[in-house]
Design a protein around this ligand. Structure first.
Ligand SMILES: Cc1cc2nc3c(=O)[nH]c(=O)nc-3n(C[C@H](O)[C@H](O)[C@H](O)COP(=O)(O)OP(=O)(O)OC[C@H]3O[C@@H](n4cnc5c(N)ncnc54)[C@H](O)[C@@H]3O)c2cc1C
Length: 499
C-alpha cells in the first residue's frame, strides 16, 4: 500500500495550497476531495494580509505562481484567465430603515479605506480549480470524488479509508491535515466541535448569500445626489461594498464579468434563526432598505440562495497526534473584514514550518509539538470574533461605527508593520494584532464603550470626540493613516507603509 508523508483532506484554496507547499518541499502528498472542481465556494474577498502572505510564501518556498495570484494586478500581468475582480477599497455605508436619500444634505454616512495594493476578489470556482491544478504540477497526488469514510490513527501512522466511484480502498499517511472547511472531518470524528451556548464568544451571526448576474451601480446614484462631494480615492466598483444597518450588513463583491457575490449577514440577537425560506427572508430584510433594494431588485440571481445557521463554532482541539486542522476546519467566524483566506495562509506558514522543522525531522508526531499552532488559532479566534461582535453592535450609531471600524485596520496594519508577514509560528505576531498585549488592552477599552453605546438611544458628541481622540492619540502607535482625524472625512487613501 502506498504510504504518503501527508494526506490533506479537502481541496479548497487552503487545503490545495498547503498540499502544494509541502510537495514543493519534497514531501509525498495526497490531496483528497469528495467533490470535483469547478465547484462553488464562499470566501471570495482578499485582504492586504492575504495578498502579502501568499506572496511571501511564494518567495520563501520558491513558488512564483503564488506571487502571480497575490493581487488583481499580478493576476492580470501574469495573463492568468481565472475570473476575479479588483478590490481597491473597503467601503462601508450605514443605512437607516426606509432611507431613500443617498447623501442627506450632501453628506453620505460612508467610510472608505483604500488597500495598499489592488487586492483580488476570487471567483472561487475558478481560483480553487486553478490551485488544485497547480498543486498537481508541483507533484501532489490528487484524487477527487473521493470520500473519506474512516481515519484510523496509530502510533505507526494513519490509515485513511476512502470510497471512490463505489470502490473502497485504504491509503496510509504519516500525518493528516484537515482542510474540509466547516464540515471539519476530524472535529466530527472526535466530537470536538463546540457550538451554541457552550461557545465562549459573544458573536452570534448567520448569513444568507448567493451570486447575482449583476447589480445596480451604487456610485452612480450617490454621485447624482445634490451637494454630494466625492472624496473616494477610487471608484466604488473596485470595492467590497458593505451596506450596514442596525442588526446586520450586506456584502457586494463584483467580479469582472458582472457576476456579483451578495451576502446578507445578521446579528442573531436581532434576527434569531427561523424556518423562513432563504430567498424570502433575504428580500424581506432587503426591502426595508430602499437603497439596497434599488441596487438588487430586478437583477437575477444565478444560483439558489444559501442560508446558514449560526456561523460560529470552534473545536476543543485543533491538533492531535498525527493531525492538524486548517483554520476553516478549526473554527467558524464571520465574513466581516474577510479574515478567512488571510488566516488560511498564515496558518499554512505556521504549520509547514512546524512540520518541516520539528515534526518530520524528529519523527515525533505527537500533539505537544503542534500545540502552539492550536494556541495561536484559538487566541486569534476569540480576539477577532470579539472585534466583529463590536462591529455588529456599532451599526446603531454611524458616529460610533465610523471610529470603531478602524480597529480592524489598525490591528491588521500594525501586524504587518511589525513584520508579521515574515513570521511563521510566533505568538507575538497574530491576526489583527491578537498577539500584541498593548493593542488588546486598548481594543478592550474601546470595545466596552461600543457595547455600552449599543443600548443607548443617542451617543453624546463628547463621547464621540473621546472615541476619536483615543484612536488618534492613545492608539497613535497603531494608527498609520490618521484614522479618526475629522479632516480625513472618513476617507483614507493608501499610504506608504514599511511592510
Ligand atoms: C458567509 C461566509 C463568508 C466568507 N467570506 C470570506 C471573505 O470574503 N474572504 C475570506 O477570506 N474568507 C471568507 N470566508 C471564509 C472562507 O470561506 C474560508 O476561510 C475559506 O474558504 C477557507 O478555505 P478552505 O480551503 O480551508 O476550505 P473550503 O473552501 O471550505 O474547502 C473545503 C473543501 O473540503 C471538501 N471536503 C469537505 N468535506 C470533505 C471530506 N469529508 N472529504 C474530502 N473533501 C471534503 C469540500 O468539498 C471543499 O472543497 C467566509 C466564510 C463564510 C462562512
Amino acid at each position: 500500500m502506498k504510504r504518503y508523508h501527508v494526506a490533506v483532506i479537502g481541496s479548497g484554496l487552503g487545503g490545495s495550497a498547503c498540499a502544494l507547499v509541502l510537495a514543493k518541499l519534497g514531501y509525498d502528498v495526497l490531496l483528497l476531495e469528495r467533490g470535483s472542481h469547478p465547484r462553488f465556494a464562499i470566501g471570495e474577498s482578499a485582504t492586504p494580509v492575504m495578498s502579502k502572505k501568499i506572496r511571501f510564501l511564494g518567495k520563501k518556498y520558491g513558488i512564483p505562481e503564488f506571487d502571480e495570484l497575490s493581487t488583481y494586478d499580478k493576476i492580470k500581468q501574469a495573463g492568468n484567465t481565472i475570473l476575479c475582480g479588483p478590490k481597491e477599497l473597503f467601503q462601508y455605508y450605514i443605512h437607516e430603515k426606509g432611507q431613500t436619500d443617498y447623501a442627506p444634505e450632501g453628506e453620505a454616512p460612508e467610510v472608505i479605506v483604500q488597500t495598499p495594493e489592488v487586492d483580488a476578489q476570487y471567483y472561487r470556482a475558478q481560483s480553487d480549480e486553478y490551485m488544485v491544478k497547480l498543486a498537481q504540477n508541483y507533484g501532489v497526488h490528487y484524487m477527487d470524488r473521493t470520500s473519506v469514510s474512516h481515519l484510523e490513527f496509530a502510533s505507526s501512522g494513519v490509515t485513511v479509508s476512502c470510497e471512490r466511484d463505489g470502490v473502497n480502498f485504504d491509503v496510509e499517511a504519516e500525518f493528516i491535515i484537515d482542510g474540509t472547511g466547516f464540515r471539519s472531518i476530524i472535529g466530527e470524528k472526535y466530537d470536538l466541535k463546540i457550538q451554541g451556548d457552550e461557545l465562549k464568544t459573544p458573536l452570534k451571526s448567520r448569513s444568507i448569500f448567493t451570486h447575482f448576474k449583476d447589480v445596480g451601480d451604487f456610485e452612480e446614484q450617490l454621485l447624482a445626489s445634490p451637494g454630494f462631494q466625492d472624496r473616494s480615492p477610487a471608484p466604488r466598483a473596485r470595492a467590497t461594498q458593505h451596506h450596514c444597518f442596525e442588526g446586520g450588513w450586506l456584502w457586494i463583491i463584483p467580479f469582472e464579468n458582472g457576476a456579483t457575490s451578495v451576502g446578507l449577514n445578521l446579528d442573531m440577537d436581532r434576527f434569531p434563526m427561523n424556518d423562513k425560506d432563504a430567498e424570502e427572508e433575504f428580500w424581506e430584510i432587503v426591502n426595508e432598505y430602499p437603497i439596497i433594494r434599488q441596487l438588487l431588485s430586478g437583477h437575477e440571481n444565478s444560483m439558489p440562495f444559501i442560508k446558514t445557521g449560526r456561523l460560529q463554532f470552534i473545536n476543543r482541539e485543533m491538533v492531535g497526534d498525527r493531525w492538524a486542522m486548517l483554520p476553516a476546519a478549526a473554527y467558524g467566524l464571520d465574513a466581516w473584514f474577510s479574515t478567512g483566506l488571510a488566516m488560511s495562509f498564515m496558518a499554512i506558514h505556521r504549520l509547514v514550518d512546524l512540520l518541516t522543522q520539528k515534526v518530520f525531522p524528529t519523527g515525533n508526531f505527537r500533539r505537544e509539538l503542534l500545540v502552539d499552532y492550536e494556541k495561536s488559532l484559538m487566541r486569534e479566534y476569540y480576539h477577532v470574533s470579539k472585534m466583529i461582535h463590536g462591529i455588529y453592535k456599532s451599526f446603531r450609531h454611524f458616529d460610533v461605527f465610523r471610529h470603531y471600524c478602524f480597529l480592524c485596520f489598525m490591528g491588521a496594519e500594525s501586524y504587518m508593520a511589525k513584520g508579521g508577514i515574515e513570521q511563521g509560528m510566533d505568538m507575538s505576531h497574530l491576526l489583527l494584532s491578537a498577539g500584541d498585549p498593548g493593542f488588546i488592552e486598548k481594543f478592550n477599552a474601546i470595545y466596552d464603550k461600543v457595547i455600552q453605546f449599543s443600548s443607548e438611544q443617542a451617543v453624546p458628541q463628547s463621547e464621540i470626540q473621546a472615541l476619536s481622540d483615543f484612536i488618534r492619540f492613545d492608539m497613535k502607535e497603531y494608527n498609520f493613516r490618521n484614522f479618526g482625524d475629522p479632516g480625513m472625512h472618513s476617507m483614507h487613501p493608501r499610504v506608504a507603509m514599511s511592510c
